[in-house]
Design a protein around this ligand. Structure first.
Ligand code: NAD
Length: 485
């Protein structure tokens, strides 16, 4: 089976596909060719209202189910997603341009992992009992209510599931707005949840540009907002949520360091640097785009990297032999090309790529700059494309200071065979996720999120429950009530 790229309708509200042609046009473009593969519409304010009303209506009954019952539905949805992994992956490839080789293992599968993990945790949610002599206190872990999820375009299925799974496990309902660039797969997540038994209104999808997201965040019915996006959007969404005293999770951008000491396994370090910069054509928030290589092995690192880059296979993303896809859109490619020109202008040494391959679509070559210095634009700003910057360093202290010299704090990696140094080093890194002798592994069991400007809160892991629920404290008196008069 293959999913049609044109969905039945643009939105999924109260258990059904819904259309309203009066919303702004939202064309969906296959990044590998530039061809339009679907035509959707942004949600009108009336549809946004309808989605929030459905979520509000559905929430009390959803929260009243036992955790086991909610969890069973999430785990059923996980099974369905795994059964349909190929169809879902093909759709994700058409929506994002990411090679099927990647989407088959990293998108619906990681979404299913989240549904399964939080489906399992749902039955374990509990408060505590605190004895105070005869009196006692108990706490109830309660749902927040109606929640909003807003997604970026790089991992559309995963982002929808990383937000929906813990939200629903805790008894919340959700209105999710995918990125306008990649609107297709969240609709499939909604369909599958209903098929698995989620009552209408528990998970709704509305499409739209930034203003639709802003309208959702601003609505009084909403108790929590979880955004995956850029820092500028995060500032706006956080500010708007703050005025309504809403809880937030902010998964934002990064400019993460990958520090390679000269005692590291060179081959593993090169592999990690490739994964940390070129997987998903560099469109990953946690990418290690500042690669610090200790002086003793830097030239060897660059030589081996150049050799390994001969293995890049660009081509039809639906061909499983292709391992490098196009950028998601013409606009994103322009932004990345702007950074590459700036890197050259500011004196970085272009050692690989930098150009546009021939043909249709939004292709760009994997690009490597050497001799990058900390003040250059490409060293400071998030590029969100396949551009690796390689820096030199001599001492551990110097590497640490320079690695932390950024407004961001999403992720970091260190390669060394000296494990005492590795642990000492990550202990002082300012980053939410650190890897020792690997990079960018983000299993659902591991809390994920940023320090500094990279965000607020954590997704995944047991800690996510804290971010999708609230505690109520109940004091129970067993004796008489004393009063002063
Ligand atoms: P973006 O900030 O442009 O958009 C993100 C989402 O926010 C989109 O759905 C967009 O429509 C919506 N939006 C825009 N303005 C809004 C507003 N005023 N109110 C409410 N919603 C609004 O980001 P993008 O270009 O889609 O994604 C790339 C960025 O996302 C990068 O910075 C990347 O690092 C980050 N990202 C972070 C993570 C993470 O988990 N930390 C994961 C993926 C991507």
């Amino acid at each position: 089976m293959t999913y049609a790229t044109q969905p039945e309708a643009s939105h999924f509200i109260d258990g059904q596909y819904v259309e309203d042609d009066s919303g702004a046009a939202l064309p969906v473009i296959y990044p590998a060719t530039g061809e339009t593969i679907a035509n959707l519409h942004a949600a009108t304010p009336a549809l946004v209202d309808r989605a929030l009303a459905a979520a509000k209506r559905a929430q009390p009954a959803w929260a009243a189910l036992t955790g086991t019952e909610r969890g069973r539905i999430l785990r059923r949805a996980a099974d369905i997603m795994r059964e349909r992994n190929r169809e879902l992956s093909e759709l994700e490839t058409k929506d994002t341009g990411k090679p099927l080789q990647e989407t088959l293992v990293a998108d619906a599968t990681s979404g299913a992992d989240a549904l399964e993990y939080f489906g399992g945790l749902a039955a374990t949610l509990a408060g505590e009992h605190i004895q105070l002599g005869e009196d006692f206190i108990y706490t109830r872990r309660e749902a927040l209510g109606v929640t909003v999820g807003i997604g970026a375009w790089n991992y559309p299925t995963q982002i929808a599931c990383w937000k929906a799974a813990p939200a629903l496990a805790c008894g919340n309902t959700m209105v999710f707005k995918p990125s306008e660039t990649t609107p297709l797969s969240a609709l499939k997540v909604a369909e599958i949840l209903v098929e698995a038994g989620a009552p209408p209104g528990v998970f709704n999808v509305v499409q739209g540009y930034g203003e639709v997201g802003a309208g959702l965040v601003d609505d009084d019915r909403v108790a929590k907002v979880s955004l995956t996006g850029s820092v500028p959007t995060g500032r706006k969404v956080y500010a708007s949520a703050a005025s309504g005293m809403k809880a937030v999770t902010m998964e934002l951008g990064g400019k993460s360091p990958l520090v390679i000491f000269d005692d590291a396994s060179l081959e593993d370090a090169v592999s990690a640097a490739i994964n940390a910069n070129f997987y998903s054509t560099g469109q990953i928030c946690s990418n290690g785009t500042r690669v610090f290589v200790q002086d003793g092995i830097r030239e060897a690192f660059l030589d081996r990297l150049a050799e390994r880059l001969k293995g890049v296979a660009m081509g039809d993303p639906l061909d499983e032999a292709t391992n490098f896809g196009p950028m998601v859109s013409a606009r994103q490619r322009e932004i990345v090309e702007g950074f590459i020109s700036q890197g050259v202008a500011e004196g970085a040494r272009l050692v690989a790529g930098g150009g546009r391959p021939e043909g249709e679509g939004y292709w760009i070559e994997p690009t490597v700059f050497a001799d990058v210095t900390d003040g250059m634009t490409i060293a400071r700003e998030e590029i969100f494309g396949p551009v690796m910057s390689v820096f030199g360093f001599s001492t551990e202290e110097e590497a640490l200071e320079r690695a932390n010299a950024t407004i961001y704090g999403l992720s970091a990696g260190v390669f060394t065979r000296d494990l005492a140094r590795a642990h000492r080093f990550v202990g002082r890194l300012q980053a939410g996720s650190c890897w020792i002798n690997t990079y960018n592994l983000t299993p659902v069991e591991a809390p994920f999120g940023g320090m500094k400007m990279s965000g607020v809160g954590r997704e995944n892991g047991q800690v996510a429950i804290e971010h999708w629920s609230q505690l109520k404290t109940v004091y129970v008196a067993m004796g008489e009530v004393e009063a002063p008069y």
